[in-house]
Ligand binder design. Structure first.
Ligand code: PLP
Length: 408
């Protein structure tokens, strides 16, 4: 069991007040708050270790290199990759997905090939594939949802064909919380010799991910949604695929040798990490992984589920409020609840919540096609993490009442 009040104390931001109220942070699906241990790691790196990595033989550089590479191994372990060679550090999940589109995609997608995505996708797992399809004269196909906001597997099976070369699917929707049945989706894709990429930006923050068990070919995520710093993304890829892929960016560190008119590429994973990487943030990401491991992803997930259940119970008392979340138990949301209020724009809702110190997200959530599909211009969203309490939801409900009163 997890004690969110104890956990909260380890996050200095919760000492802050917003509009004379204690901070209630309900936007972790956008970015999580950072524990003191992560902040300490950043400060400690710049105070005591700062040096460039992979290129010098003096002590500081060796220490920095080893701390950075240890986090690569730790990340591999966290998602059960076979080897740390299968972990590439990028800037964010978006860059990780773009890297696959620009390298594997450019090499392998041909005219009339097909790429399948779902209507749930965040723009970062949609726009790179739209662009690749345009460039290669390939076709983009989109899996719809069932009425309960689950992935429509029947329809997916119909979309799959010999022409399918790639299936790009979210592990968890940032709007509806839907958790598609990844193993089944991946197995069906492999049955057609298509490869798969999972956008794990949401799911990895609070569910145990085992990339070998999933058997996905690529898995992309961001440190900042899982207690780590911004500026660190991760791309997992199967070693045999990484080896065949051309580099994404060119320059220092990604080469083995360079002559006047040519160059040989470094081994994986460094072939994909051109230039000085985000050393301090990667090292601090290691502390975020420690924190999550210590707390236990299972505990975090159970905690989120309880909060979500409570929030659904409380918010559904108001007839003006419409809730949007995945309802089928097999694909159900565990930490995300979107909602709309009749005749009130979500930006107005978020603004009034803010006057009560309750920080929530509003807008299209980088999912414009999904907003069209749901026939809404935008939604308000609350999302939970390990530091949220039942009291946070009571305060959100208080803000909801205030909103309804103002717009009466
Ligand atoms: C499901 C999903 N995918 C991808 C992203 C993109 O993450 P980043 O902005 O860290 O690249 C987000 C961010 O909100 C997300 O929720």
């Amino acid at each position: 069991m997890l004690d969110p009040n104890k956990i909260k104390k380890q996050f200095p931001i919760f000492k802050r007040e917003i509009n004379n109220h204690s901070l209630v942070y309900l936007d972790s699906a956008s970015t999580s708050q950072k524990p003191q241990a992560v902040i300490n790691s950043l400060v400690n790196y710049y105070k005591n270790t700062n040096a460039n990595i992979h290129r010098s033989i003096y002590k500081l550089s060796e220490e920095a290199t080893s701390a950075y590479e240890n986090v690569r191994s730790q990340t591999a372990k966290f998602i059960n990759a076979k080897s740390s060679r299968e972990i590439i550090f990028t800037r964010n999940a978006t860059e990780s997905i773009n890297m696959v589109a620009q390298t594997w995609g450019k090499l392998n997608i041909k005219p009339n090939d097909e790429i399948i995505v779902s209507i749930l996708e965040h723009h970062s797992n949609l726009v790179p594939w739209q662009q690749l399809c345009k460039e290669k004269n390939a076709k983009l196909k989109i899996i719809p949802l069932t009425k309960n906001y689950s992935i429509d597997l029947k329809n997916y099976k119909k979309l799959l064909s010999k022409k399918t070369k790639l299936v790009a699917i979210t592990g968890e929707s940032n709007v509806l919380g839907t958790r598609p049945p990844l193993k089944e989706i991946i197995k069906l894709a492999h049955g057609k010799n298509a490869i798969t990429i999972v956008d794990g930006a949401q799911m990895v923050a609070h569910s145990h991910v085992d990339v070998q068990d999933l058997d996905c070919d690529f898995f992309a995520f961001s440190s900042h949604k899982m207690l780590g710093p911004t500026g660190v993304g991760i791309l997992y890829g199967k070693e045999n695929l990484f080896k065949k892929m051309p580099p994404f960016l060119f320059g220092g560190d990604m080469i083995k040798t360079v002559s006047k008119y040519d160059a040989q590429w470094n081994d994986i994973p460094w072939k994909f990490e051109a230039g000085t990487p985000n050393i301090a943030d990667v090292i601090a990401f290691g502390e975020a992984l420690n924190f999550l491991t210590r707390t236990g992803l299972k505990n975090i997930n159970e905690h989120n589920k309880k909060l979500l259940k409570y929030a659904i119970e409380e918010f559904s008392k108001y007839k003006e409020v419409k809730l949007f979340y995945a309802k089928d138990s097999a694909q159900s949301s565990t930490s995300i609840l979107s909602f709309s209020i009749k005749n009130i724009h979500p930006h107005d809702i978020a603004q009034i919540f803010d006057t009560e110190g309750v920080e929530i997200r509003s807008g299209h959530h980088c999912c414009e096609p999904l907003m069209d599909y749901l026939k809404v211009p935008a939604l308000a969203r609350i999302s939970f993490y390990l530091y949220n309490t039942f009291e946070d939801i009571d305060l959100a409900e208080k803000a909801l009442k205030k909103t309804l009163k103002i717009f009466k």
